[in-house]
Write a protein that binds this ligand. Structure first.
Ligand SMILES: [Zn+2]
Length: 131
């Protein structure tokens, strides 16, 4: 587990990452640097480096955020009921450091799981797989 005080997170994250990951913000759609990334590799939590999603499960959902239909490392991701903003959603968070990553919806019938993990680019780091 990784635990840091709020001011320590402020020191280690960019203002955009802090807003998304610690304040559960959402970046503007079609703004993220990883939205159109099609390279093969692993996506990790931008706050603590834990691997969370894989390019293997990435798909273009048209939503404007990087979308995955499955979790790459199940133990590194936790799903939390979220009833904020008058909606009932399921939050996707890093299980290691507790940072907010995005939300998951079951509205992707075009994928093998039917699930759409809608993740903020700002919450992810990408490491290209070396061949
Ligand atoms: Zn993390």
């Amino acid at each position: 587990m990784v635990t840091k005080r709020d001011d320590e997170w402020k020191d280690t994250l960019t203002p955009e990452q802090y807003e998304v990951m610690r304040n559960k913000g959402t970046e503007a759609p079609f703004s993220g640097k990883l939205l159109h990334n099609k390279a093969t590799g692993m996506y990790s939590c931008a706050a603590c480096g834990s691997e969370v999603f894989s390019s293997e499960h990435k798909f273009d959902s048209g939503s404007g955020w990087p979308s995955f239909y499955d979790i790459a490392k199940k133990g590194n991701v936790k799903l939390v009921e979220d009833t904020s903003h008058g909606m009932h959603r399921v939050e996707v968070a890093c299980a290691v450091c507790g940072s907010h990553l995005g939300h998951v919806f079951n509205d992707a019938p075009q994928t093998p799981t039917g699930m759409r993990f809608c993740i903020n680019s700002a919450a992810l780091d990408f490491k290209k797989k070396s061949v």
